[in-house]
Write a protein that binds this ligand. Structure first.
Ligand code: GLN
Length: 247
């Protein structure tokens, strides 16, 4: 039986708008296919994990205060996470977690939280808290090889700039910056997004991209995933996209 091992970091502090549910969804979609899915948790005071032994490292979103709280600990993990990512471990990052893999996040009060600097982007929040990006989002993605409109919910002050390879094009909502054209960050083994929801719930292609990536990496060749009945998930998404994109 194949197995996927996920390290869910700071689940007790970075977990907004159902982000923890993303782990439930990956586990469900693995188990339906007879793939064992192990989700280990890491937080402040946990023993330093062997990051490279995981297939996926997952970090959810969090308010500025929680981001400050975990910052020093996250920095301690930098070399381990960097080596794992460079070795092919998948990074799945939501909002606050997304921001902290870049160069830095500067909050509305001007406090700068150092990022791990794995990627070139950086994030700055405007001083006015009234200028947050809040609401439903639809983005058009092509990274799975097909054109897929992904839906989610964003709530962030941070404006992420210098994103070289975004996850998708914004059809509705803000994305990386206020009214920007692009949302998230993508590499073969990285999905970073502002979308909560949890974002995998209505977007099965995203979960399957991550699961497929892990299985391909294990086997060294392409593994065809068994199809699941996604009628309900896709119906939910269709209702949302129709509502949001209606002129
Ligand atoms: N605190 C960050 C911001 O406001 C991230 C928020 C989040 O994770 N939703 O930009």
């Amino acid at each position: 039986m194949s197995e996927i091992r996920i390290l869910h970091m700071y689940a007790d502090m970075l977990d907004l708008y159902g982000d923890g549910g993303n782990m439930e969804i990956i586990r469900y979609r693995c188990e339906k296919r007879g793939i064992n899915c192990v989700v280990d948790k890491y937080s402040i005071d946990s023993a330093m994990p062997d990051f490279g032994s995981y297939d996926v490292i997952y970090i959810g979103g969090g308010a500025d205060l929680e981001q400050q709280h975990i910052s020093a600990d996250l920095i301690k993990c930098r070399e381990g996470i960097k080596a794992a990512y460079e070795g092919g471990t998948f990074l799945f990052l939501i909002c606050g977690g997304y921001q902290l893999m870049g160069k830095y996040y500067r909050d509305a009060d001007g406090n700068e939280i150092a990022g791990l600097g794995l990627f070139d982007y950086f994030t700055v929040a405007p001083s006015s808290r009234k200028k947050r990006c809040i609401g439903n989002v639809v983005i058009r993605t092509t990274f799975t090889g097909a054109t897929v409109d992904v839906v989610g919910f964003e709530n962030h002050g941070g404006q992420t700039q210098d994103v070289k390879t975004p996850l998708g094009e914004v059809l509705c909502g803000n994305g990386n910056c206020s009214k920007s054209r692009y949302e998230g960050y993508f590499e073969k083994n990285v999905i970073a997004t502002y979308m909560h929801g949890p974002c995998l719930a209505k977007n099965p292609e995203l979960s399957d991209y991550i699961i497929g990536y892990c299985l391909d990496r294990h086997s060294g060749s392409h593994v065809e995933l068994a199809k699941l009945d996604d009628t309900l998930e896709l119906d939910c998404r269709r209702v949302m996209t129709e509502r949001l994109l209606k002129k």
